[in-house]
Design a protein around this ligand. Structure first.
Ligand code: UT7
Length: 335
């Protein structure tokens, strides 16, 4: 049977209203706006309101993506939520979103691949469409890192933000949509970035809380080195998988973790900086939500032209990484 082509029909994103500036962080820990901007490129990030959890952010992004795609919730066959900050262990955040939007005909599950989660999700979702098993798949990256970072740790509290981004995948014409993919993982690096306690290995106790082991812990320097190396490697593999050359890529959408990582990786890759999209100054690192938020903002501001080739690349805890080459296809949906 001929494989179908899977691509993005519509995008959506949502950022909670509350803005946390670097000046706000100066009130909590011994840091400065200058240090944070110079070392990370981040000026502010968003934090979910007290009554909001990851599924609430995901729901808003999902509704916007459905509207942009012209797809109703009932038409969805599958919802994948990439997150490492689910509302709770179970039910899955995807099931909570399914209920919120009334996607009564869809299957739903969560996916854990940290900052690479959205591209893992897009890879999985697109396979169902390629094989003709499903017609419409909603892939969401959504996080509330404000709930797992130690606000008293200046080494990590400036880096992360809350938000959600989503895409609706459907069939597109030959030569459009997802053209190339790369997925990878190296579990040997797991300790570089983790939340050690609160799971089945170290259930939450007064002691784990006192030792702050239920918060995110990170070896920033090692993650930095890994990121700069893997971005180029993974993009190159996805471009090759698409049968293209790096010079065919119109825009690079890298995971937004640190502007210095993005600049160093683009330089190493030999990719022009003016074609690298960045929004980290306003949103910080939103983990699985990072790439779909960047994608949605640029889709909505008219940056992409029909036929543009986008290279998206993520990396994160696990370690995991993923890249996708996608040919922009608003006029090439197969109804
Ligand atoms: O999605 C993936 C998630 N994670 C990442 O991508 C993180 C990757 N790593 C990074 O982005 C960087 O390593 C950081 C931004 C985390 C740190 O930047 P760095 O240039 O590697 O700084 P450093 O850790 O080497 O720290 C340099 C100095 C240290 O002081 P001493 O020991 O030299 O006296 C830190 O204590 O800066 C100090 N420092 C700070 N100072 C002011 C660390 N954080 C802060 C802070 N404000 N917020």
């Amino acid at each position: 049977m001929r494989k179908k082509n899977a691509g993005i029909w519509g995008t959506g994103s949502y950022l909670p209203e509350k803005v946390v500036t670097n000046r706000d962080l100066e009130q909590i820990t011994d840091t400065s706006d200058e240090w944070i901007v110079e070392r990370t490129g981040i000026r502010e990030r968003r934090a979910a309101a007290d009554h909001q959890a990851t599924s609430d952010l995901a729901t808003q992004a999902a509704l916007r993506a459905l509207e942009a795609a012209g797809v109703s919730p009932e038409q969805l066959d599958l919802i994948i939520v990439a997150t490492v900050t689910p509302d709770m262990f179970f039910p899955s955040t995807a099931c909570l979103v399914q209920k919120n939007i009334g996607a009564v005909n869809s299957a739903a599950f969560d996916l854990s691949a940290a900052c690479s989660g959205f591209l893992y999700g897009m890879t999985i979702g697109s396979q169902f469409i390629r094989n003709g098993v499903f017609q419409k798949v909603l892939v969401i990256g959504a996080e509330c890192f404000s709930r797992i970072i130690d606000w008293d740790d200046r080494g990590t509290n400036a880096l992360f933000g809350d938000g959600a981004g989503a895409v609706v995948l459907g069939e597109v014409s030959e030569g459009y949509g997802i053209l190339g993919l790369d997925l990878g993982a190296d579990g040997r690096d797991g300790a570089l970035l983790s939340v050690p306690a609160g799971g089945s290995r170290e259930p939450a106790t007064a002691e784990t809380i006192e030792q702050r082991r239920h918060f995110l812990q990170m070896n920033g320097k090692e993650v930095f080195k890994f990121a700069v190396k893997i971005i180029g490697e993974s993009v190159n593999r996805a471009v090759e998988d698409a049968g293209l050359d790096l010079s065919d890529i119109s825009w690079l959408l890298p995971h937004q973790a640190n502007v210095r990582i993005i600049q160093a990786a683009a330089k190493r890759l030999g990719f022009p900086e003016e074609k690298v999209l960045v929004n980290i100054d306003r949103v910080g690192n939103t983990s699985a939500a990072s790439i779909p938020i960047l994608l949605d903002e640029n889709a909505r501001n008219g940056r992409f032209e029909d036929g543009d080739r986008l290279a998206m690349v993520g990396f994160g805890a696990g370690s995991t990484w993923a890249a996708a080459v996608h040919r922009w296809c608003p006029n090439h949906r197969v109804q």
